[in-house]
Design a protein around this ligand. Structure first.
Ligand SMILES: Cc1cc2nc3c(=O)[nH]c(=O)nc-3n(C[C@H](O)[C@H](O)[C@H](O)COP(=O)(O)OP(=O)(O)OC[C@H]3O[C@@H](n4cnc5c(N)ncnc54)[C@H](O)[C@@H]3O)c2cc1C
Length: 450
């Protein structure tokens, strides 16, 4: 099987799989990203028997391809309680599982020269105070003081001192190991081809290695969730944005955590290099699935049109958003054709972004690009995830559509999904994440924050 570096990624921490596929479990979780792993861990802590199925490798898709930001700052209000809970988990999980997930509360800094941007941050900070989240709005002088070596004519900024970053190459894998210690059975290289139903409710899954009976199934399949749902006549509006990032060779520390400027975003990695992203360069690929849900995504597209390029490429024919009808469950499914979906990075942005960072920070002279990779971000029409039961198919649950910010919120999202499946009091109010909003029209026209 491909490893992380074969896909451009820094090497991912390995997790062992179990050998013998069981015939039954209380809950089957589909998808070994941060969300599925966290849900499996939380369910096991509650005493349920859990099987976690991953078509490729733990964290080889979005959860290993991101910047690693874990934040409350600039979260959509609907996500703020869950983001707060997730940040508490990032602080405590490593101690609980006895393994480093790479989380460091280094603080995150945003600076700007634009009055409207600053006003939006001020509005956000006022709103967030109602949730006991206290970000510090920065004056021009404070913004300059927090960005030594990059003292431009910022008019201000915002500093989230308790936010930070975790290492995508470590976090989900460490939690998966912990889940296994609690009895979760993990199978990598094992795609779920589809669901089994009986008497109008979910009764299990069909995998490429056999069937598993279960009274509850959680789909945490990231960008593949809509395709899986469509196989079972469940409509899930999802659209992918292709994003490019790269990491660098180790270099001097110019910022301890993450810094957003109008020109680039840099994040300090534990190995002393940086992850760099050129701002405003996501690519919305035209795909059959995107066309199918064009009406639902139109308001989001209008809001973000300046930050999205539209493109037509391979993703139209091959990948998670091609149209598929009902493939038979006794033959290889689309999921097996893409063990690890690794969209190609847009290499044209790498050198200009690196040059911009180095010209801003002369101390970084000599720093080079180490690896570049692409990631496929699974968005919903309102940029808020779905963490919910699906009423029309009892026993079937979704935790997906994290719209480019699911890594930081992943531990809480998995916990919330586990609460819903177990029928326990949910850790936060799940109403904003209900599936029904995407199909009854109540989400349309309300794109949230990315
Ligand atoms: C470039 C980039 C930067 C980002 N930066 C940040 C950031 O800084 N902070 C942040 O919070 N978020 C960030 N995100 C978003 C974040 O990475 C995602 O929201 C999050 O990782 C989603 O986790 P997940 O578990 O839902 O999905 P994934 O990590 O995509 O996991 C889903 C898994 O399901 C598996 N799967 C799919 N179908 C099947 C099947 N049929 N059978 C078995 N397995 C299946 C897939 O192989 C995959 O491993 C970024 C994303 C990208 C691409």
């Amino acid at each position: 099987m491909q490893n992380g570096s074969a896909n451009g990624l820094p090497p991912l921490q390995e997790v062992e799989s179990d050998l013998q596929l069981p015939t039954r479990a209380d809950v089957v979780v589909i998808g070994g990203g941060i969300v599925g792993v966290s849900a499996a861990y939380s369910l096991a802590r509650k005493g349920h028997s859990v099987v976690l199925l991953e078509k490729g490798r733990v964290a080889a898709e979005q959860s290993g391809r991101n910047w690693g930001w874990c934040r409350k700052q600039n979260r959509d209000e609907r996500e703020l309680p869950l983001a707060k809970h997730s940040m508490e988990l990032w602080e405590t999980l490593a101690g609980e599982i006895g393994a480093d997930m790479g989380f460091r509360p280094t603080g995150l800094i945003y600076v700007t020269k634009d009055k409207d941007t600053l006003a939006a941050w001020e509005d956000w900070a006022r709103m967030a105070q109602g949730y006991q989240v206290h970000s510090r709005i920065l004056t021009a002088d404070e913004a300059r003081a927090l960005t030594p070596g990059n003292e431009q004519n910022w008019i201000g900024g915002v500093h989230a001192p308790t936010d930070g970053r975790a290492e995508p190459s470590m976090a989900a894998a460490a939690l998966a190991e912990a889940a296994r210690k609690l009895g979760v059975q993990l199978f990598q290289g094992c795609a779920v081809r589809g669901l089994e139903t009986s008497g109008g409710r979910v009764s299990g899954v069909v995998t490429e290695r056999g069937r598993i009976a279960a009274s509850a199934v959680l789909c945490a399949a990231g960008a593949w969730s809509s395709m899986l749902c469509r196989r079972h006549s469940i409509s899930l509006p999802q659209a992918g944005v292709r994003s490019t990032v790269f990491c660098t060779t180790p270099a001097a520390e110019v910022t301890p955590g993450g810094l957003v400027t109008p020109d680039f975003t840099i994040s300090r990695r534990l190995d002393g290099g940086y992850i760099i992203a050129a701002n405003d360069r996501g690519r919305l690929e035209v795909t059959p699935q995107g066309l199918r849900y064009a009406r639902e995504f139109w308001p989001m597209f209008q809001t973000r049109r300046k930050s999205l390029k539209i493109g037509f490429g391979k993703a139209f024919f091959d990948g998670p958003e091609t149209i598929r009808g009902k493939w038979p469950l006794d033959r290889p499914s689309p999921f097996e054709r893409h063990r690890i979906y690794a969209p190609p990075p847009d290499t044209s942005i790498v050198q200009p972004a690196l040059d911009r960072v180095i010209s801003t920070y002369p101390a970084l002279q000599g720093m080079q690009m180490a690896r570049a990779w692409g990631g496929w971000i699974d968005c919903t029409p309102d940029s808020v995830p779905v963490i919910s039961a699906v009423d029309k198919l009892p026993g079937f649950f979704l935790a997906t559509g994290f719209s480019g910010h699911g890594f930081g919120i992943g531990p809480g999202a998995g916990r919330l999904a586990a609460d819903l499946i177990a029928g326990d009091a949910p850790i936060v109010d799940p109403t904003p994440f209900r599936y029904a909003r995407l199909v009854d029209g109540t989400a349309l026209g309300k794109p949230g924050m990315m």
